[in-house]
Design a protein around this ligand. Structure first.
Ligand code: EPU
Length: 427
């Protein structure tokens, strides 16, 4: 069992380069199923979620080669199975992203039904309703979803009840091979969706309007493999910006490898808190903020404030000079982080999907547990300015989405290490 141990009170300085976006790379990997042959993906983060998606594709018969740490070739010509098994879907819900491409290429898919997760129930009803409109018939038994398009896929109009990232992606990946045109209304607009659509268009798809609420997809006969570079990870970047705002030395910290436009609303909120964020080539330079202004935020689909930055923002507001209100609108169970931060001295009261954060003068290092991926990273970052040592456990959550997190923080001068410890509850 590994933990991350952080010694608070050390300034960080220098430059950190973020990896490719997890939430882009996973879907790009799934999309390779649509183009028989070998697709090369660059800027793929070396994280455990990517390893799981690799396993899902291999089980189907894809051949994956690791060219270098961030480049994969995926040959999907020999894919002869259409099943995403329970043990992999249970590990990573994003495995369900193979449903759209499998339906697009083969007209069938068997996907383990994802259960709830630590963020909430996380249903996939919108994926199913949209795919049904395209001509897919669904059946469920023994915990599996069987999807089949007996008459092929036919373009249609789909209005999503909510701008779901996963539903938009699955629908786009199915519709690229449908007969005729599909229009998705109230589509999600996240930069990772634009990245996916760009790759599919490079493969020969005809997708228009990705990044806007109305996406039109004209079905094509075939897609060809390409070489594509994943977009930089805006959420990893945002996490390091928070670290810098808390703990940077006088020269600040440069966070590069991403497009600051993808963090527009987040940077706006940082600036409202008094944080100096300078645009530089391919990223930003951030300076320590001596006094945080309180801020109200509510999480919303892009271009609103991302739920994946909510915990990191709560860390900052917990040290603000006043009261902040944070409203979580995307996931019903994403405030577990708050009680861990309270263990470090924060003053936070959660009521339903609102958190009332009363700023305190500092954190005190404590043993805390990662509630999820982003919450885990935010706890380690809080440890940078906590008095004494912070020990974050359950860091497999962090490994799912942050590549070499400890090494990147250390390279900036943080005193942080990954330590193997015995399970304290063992006799
Ligand atoms: N929802 C439904 N029915 C559906 C689909 C979604 O009720 O058919 C609900 C979900 O339960 C959730 C909300 O709608 O409450 C948002 O879900 P969405 O489909 O937009 O999210 P997702 O595709 O499951 C992706 C990211 C998440 C990120 C969200 C929102 C990946 C692999 N995951 O999830 O990333 O928080 O979009 O931006 O792309 C993370 O990286 O830490 C993470 C959780």
């Amino acid at each position: 069992m590994d933990i991350i141990r952080v010694e608070g009170g050390h300034a960080i300085e220098g430059r950190v380069c973020v990896s490719g976006a997890k939430n882009s790379a996973l879907k790009l990997m799934a999309a390779t199923l649509l183009a028989p042959g070998t697709t090369t993906l660059q800027n793929v983060p070396n994280i455990s979620d990517v390893h799981v998606m690799g396993k899902v594709l291999k089980r189907m018969g894809a051949v994956i080669e690791v060219v270098d740490e961030h480049t994969l070739t995926i040959d999907t010509s020999g894919v002869d199975s259409w099943e995403a098994p329970y043990e992999l879907v249970a590990k990573m819900r994003a495995s369900t992203a193979v449903m759209g491409p499998l339906l697009g290429r083969f007209g069938c898919a068997k996907i383990a039904m994802p259960g709830g997760c630590n963020l909430g129930a996380r249903k996939i009803d919108m994926h199913i309703l949209g795919l049904e409109a395209l001509g897919v018939e669904f059946d469920t038994d023994h915990g599996y979803i069987h999807a089949k398009a007996p008459h092929g896929l036919t373009g249609t109009s789909v209005t999503l009840e909510f701008a779901s990232v996963g539903a938009t992606e699955n629908l786009i990946m199915a519709a690229v091979k449908a007969k005729g045109a599909t229009v998705i209304d109230n589509a999600a607009r996240e930069p990772e969706i634009v990245d996916l659509a760009n790759m599919l268009n490079e493969m020969g798809a005809k997708i228009f309007g990705a990044g806007t609420p109305v996406v039109t997809i004209e079905g094509v006969e075939e897609l060809k493999p390409v070489t594509h570079r994943a977009v930089g990870d805006r959420i990893e970047a945002g996490t390091f910006i928070v670290a810098a705002a808390l703990a940077a030395g006088p020269a600040g910290v440069e966070v590069v490898g991403f497009n600051p436009i993808h963090l527009g609303m987040v940077i706006k909120k940082f600036e409202a808190m008094g944080i100096r964020v300078e645009r530089i080539e391919n990223g930003v330079r951030v300076f320590k903020c001596e006094r945080f202004e309180p801020v109200d935020i509510q999480t919303l689909p892009f271009p609103g404030f991302p739920t994946d930055m909510q915990a990191q923002m709560m860390t900052l507001s917990a040290l603000a000079d006043g009261n902040s209100i944070i409203t979580e609108n995307i996931f019903e169970n994403r405030f577990m982080f708050a009680s861990e931060l309270v263990r470090m001295g924060a003053d936070i009261r959660v009521e339903g999907h609102h958190a009332m954060v009363h700023g305190v003068s500092g954190f005190s290092g404590a043993q805390v547990t990662s509630p999820d991926l982003r919450g885990g990273a935010a706890l380690a970052v809080a440890g940078l300015v906590a008095e004494g040592y912070t020990e974050v456990s359950a860091i497999y959550h962090i490994d799912r989405g942050y590549e070499r997190f400890v090494e990147k923080l250390s390279s900036l001068g943080a005193v942080v290490e990954r330590v193997a410890v015995a399970d304290p509850t063992d006799d």
